[in-house]
Design a protein around this ligand. Structure first.
Ligand code: BG6
Length: 469
């Protein structure tokens, strides 16, 4: 391009967190346990992970730091179990009060709250009764949403339904949705998926009825799938995995119907979900206002080798396996460098993903996660130097602007994470934040907050509306 298009005025520069990863206070002031609090396998090497970053007690100080960086928006999630400790019973006023205070603090500093209703932390009491496989959970979610829409609907413009539903289904073993005791765990998983899609559609409609000016959208993890080669079989494998990993979720959220390739894939395996009366209607009627998505890296796949090893083969040293027997096999991408945890880094893939989403759905986009997990170090002089994170974010922002120049409508960028927190899979030495939290895996220390080098850099980016990065 001869000239780049500028970031739009009022672009939502900010950052993200989720409740269980940042709040701590997991059993205080009436909060009930979630599936995360109840899990027996902690993220690698953590102790006391439930204390997280103690944001529950320090949110004022944290919001002041966010304001210093200049955040225009802050994405956080509400812990369902803080508001309704057992998921569908009595409301806990202290839980609502906490989020009221957090929202007021943000608004008083001119920071737009972007609120996720549910980020992996299903109430344990609901899980004990079958979790998402039980239709009662759909009603419980709608009731919970109604309660928070009533409480905060006047103050919140942007709502997100469910964080990374696609990861909960595809990595069910890691995120607690896969029940291996069942005779047909995958059928159960796709029934859970269906129930979540219905729950999502119901709360989209509900918000629109209750607060017509507010906006709501899904928040999956989307990364475009590349074929490992131009071999037509590899291209088809990428095409299929794009449908299974990405389009299934968004075709339903946006168009209200199952992706036809995925439906055939489910039929073939006996995994098709059962529709309850009224499901079709609500799925068809609900229309999101935007698509929020999380992007960390692209993924590359090749055709199944048909040797029963697709599932266990790891893609390079990526943390996640990405194969499915007889469907596709994960492949490393030799053109991409990797971070300290083996995740490939693909800024151009970010532009590719933005373009693919826009091309397919033509709905405004907001990036609700993107970032670099790293082993940051607090130096003796009290500074945290993270030039690698600046480099990662800079390259992604550059591609974001190119996507905007391509004509893609994007209205916000909210990297992961605003402040250091507990990683989903790898404890708290894997840091993502602009703000360092002084604790480690086994010692909570003083949890003091220290702005990293990246915080100063991001401040400039925001102050210049993306001209100076
Ligand atoms: C996303 C989640 O999957 O990626 C976050 O929404 C998570 O909750 C983030 O923390 C990074 O993954 P991880 O495993 O490095 O924490």
């Amino acid at each position: 391009y001869q000239t780049l298009r500028p970031f739009p005025p009022h672009f939502l520069w900010g950052a993200s967190t989720s409740a269980y990863q940042v709040e701590g206070a997991w059993n205080e002031d009436g909060k009930g346990p979630s599936v995360i609090d109840a899990r027996t396998h902690y993220p690698e090497g953590t102790a006391d992970y439930r204390a997280a970053s103690d944001h529950y007690h320090r949110y004022r100080e944290d919001v002041a730091l966010f304001a210093e960086i200049g955040f225009k928006a802050y994405r956080f999630s509400i812990a369902w179990t803080r508001v309704i400790p057992d998921g569908d019973g009595e409301v806990n006023p202290a839980g609502l009060d906490y989020y009221r205070r957090l929202i007021d603090e943000l608004l008083s500093r001119g920071i737009e709250p972007v609120v996720t209703l549910y980020h992996f932390d299903l109430p344990q009491a609901l899980q004990a009764r079958g979790g998402w496989a039980n239709r009662a959970t759909v009603d419980a979610f709608e009731r919970y949403a109604r309660i928070v829409f009533e409480a905060f609907g006047e103050s919140i413009k942007y709502w997100l339904t469910i964080n990374e539903q696609n990861m909960m289904i595809l990595h069910g073993a890691a995120l607690g949705t896969l029940d291996t005791q069942l005779e047909n765990p995958r059928r159960d998983l796709y029934q859970q998926n269906h129930n979540m899609l219905v729950a999502q559609a119901r709360v989209i409609d509900l918000l629109h009825q209750m607060h017509p000016a507010a906006k709501i959208g899904p928040a999956p993890n989307i990364s475009l799938i590349y074929p490992a080669s131009a071999r037509p079989e590899d291209v088809m494998a990428a095409f299929n995995y794009n449908a299974i990993r990405n389009w299934l979720y968004l075709d339903m959220a946006v168009w209200g119907r199952y992706n036809s390739l995925v439906w055939r894939y489910l039929e073939e395996r006996g995994w098709t979900p059962v529709f309850s009366p009224g499901d079709r209607e609500v799925l068809e009627s609900a229309r999101p206002d935007f698509i929020a998505f999380n992007y960390y890296t692209s993924q590359t796949v090749e055709a199944s080798r048909g040797d029963g090893q697709d599932e266990v083969a790891r893609a390079g040293d990526q943390h996640m396996k990405s194969g499915e027997d007889g469907v596709h096999r994960g492949a490393g991408n030799p053109f991409l460098p990797k971070n300290a945890f083996g995740w490939e880094i693909d800024p151009v893939g970010f532009r590719n993903t933005l373009r693919a989403l826009w091309d397919r759905y033509q709905l405004p986009l907001i990036v609700t996660e993107n970032g670099l997990g790293a082993f940051d170090r607090l130096d003796d002089d009290g500074q945290v130097r993270d030039p690698y994170r600046i480099d990662y974010l800079r390259r992604h922002i550059e591609q974001l602007q190119l996507a905007i120049t391509d004509g893609v409508a994007v209205f916000g960028y909210m990297p992961w994470s605003a402040i250091d927190l507990i990683s989903t899979h790898q404890g708290c030495s894997k840091r993502y934040g602009f703000i360092y939290v002084n604790r480690d895996e086994f010692d909570l220390k003083d949890m003091r907050r220290i702005g990293k080098q990246s915080a100063g850099w991001y401040r400039q980016v925001i102050a210049s509306n993306g001209l100076d990065f």
